[in-house]
Ligand binder design. Sequence first.
Ligand SMILES: [Zn+2]
Length: 468
Amino acid sequence: MTPEKADLILKNTTIVTQNSRREILNNGALAVVGGRIAALGPTQEILKGYSAEEVLDLTDQIVFPGLINNHNHLFQVSTKGLGEDMPVQDWVEVVTAPTAIHIQPEEMYTFCLAGCLEAIHCGVTTIVDMSYRAQRYEMHENNIRAMLDSGLRGRYTTIISDFGVEFGVLPELISPIDWFIEQYMRLHTQYPATDRMAVWLAIGAPWTITDEGLKETIAYANSTRTPITMHINENGVDNQISMDRHGMNMVPYLETVGFLRPDLLAIHNVVTDPADIDLYAKYDVKLSYNPVSNMYLGSGIPPMIDMYKAGLKIGIGTDGAGSNNSLDMMESMKVAALLQKVAARDASVVDAQTILDWATCDAARSIWLEEEIGSLEVGKRADLFAVALNSSKVVPVHDPVASLIYSCGEQNVVLTIADGKILMKDGIIQHLDEKAILEQCQISATLLSDRCGSNSKVTRRWRPGRLK
Ligand SMILES: [Zn+2]
């Protein structure tokens, strides 16, 4: 029997499938055809059935499904090192908002691409990005172009805001609701949804939109069947303002206007009480857990275990680099576990397997892509990464999943493949000039911070070299 032709074969490796039985294959192989997994099984069996020009021997490596970072603000890569250790209001008004207002289209491309590079280094293959209001339409295009050029699977959103000056939203980030709907109509025409890229709706927070704006956003979402994502209850502000504006807490208010729905991705949910959890469960709302950001901004600890027990679908996000200082999903997975353990004062409250689920198969459910990604199974997209077991940070390995969550760092990720395409091999980005992109990122970030004043509260004891 002649073997079938595959585009790529991975062999001699341990494969953590994340299938429904959570099987782990020893000495496994995987054949990729047309961006999908065509076969998966023992190496000898796969090599009998398939041949390929590119065969990677992954001895002493472990393969996992590609990680899904389900909340991010890529442009905030430019603010690494500018916003830490300051009150959240300064963080918004001095650092992130001025950056969003003054960023130029080419800078947008560079920062977003640099962010995607870090994602690839972490084994991330899917990213949900939330951009702020675009000062020019080109901003959308360059943000999306960076995501496409990176080779990652992406979901792009841009924040709708028609309200909120009294709560600190800068006027440049606000427009009438119709302006945003027009932007979205244009985006949806220009970028029809594909497996690789789709445009979703985003609202920054419930207090940055009028009741009318919220209703129009819901109507547009319903008519176009577009998912919505929003920061909800990141801290106590949402409930305070909702109590003033609507006489009830935020999540119950959102139910009254028909905002709670299965295709809502609710981000943060730090201040979430049992009544909120019941409502989320009633409407099958999806969740994004951003532990590093919640700690970085001093926001608090979201009750993820209660929400998990209520059957809610949870994914993990890094949030933007502005409230993290990196986009390191490996770090976020570990912190995701540790934060819940310390909240419960019980190390057994969440295990490594559950955290990996939140970053892979459950995360896929949180963004409605479970048919395509989130596990390594025949027919699914070939989105995966491998870690090497040759580092003192990792050795010895007794359980691949525990090693990934608690021992590995992004430096241990050696291979990243999205949609069957090798984005990184032997730790080296294959399709982009990483060095040049990072040099441009440094130059652009320094110039932008000078220009918009986002470094005005930072005592600078050092200037980067090679700047004009
Ligand atoms: Zn965010």
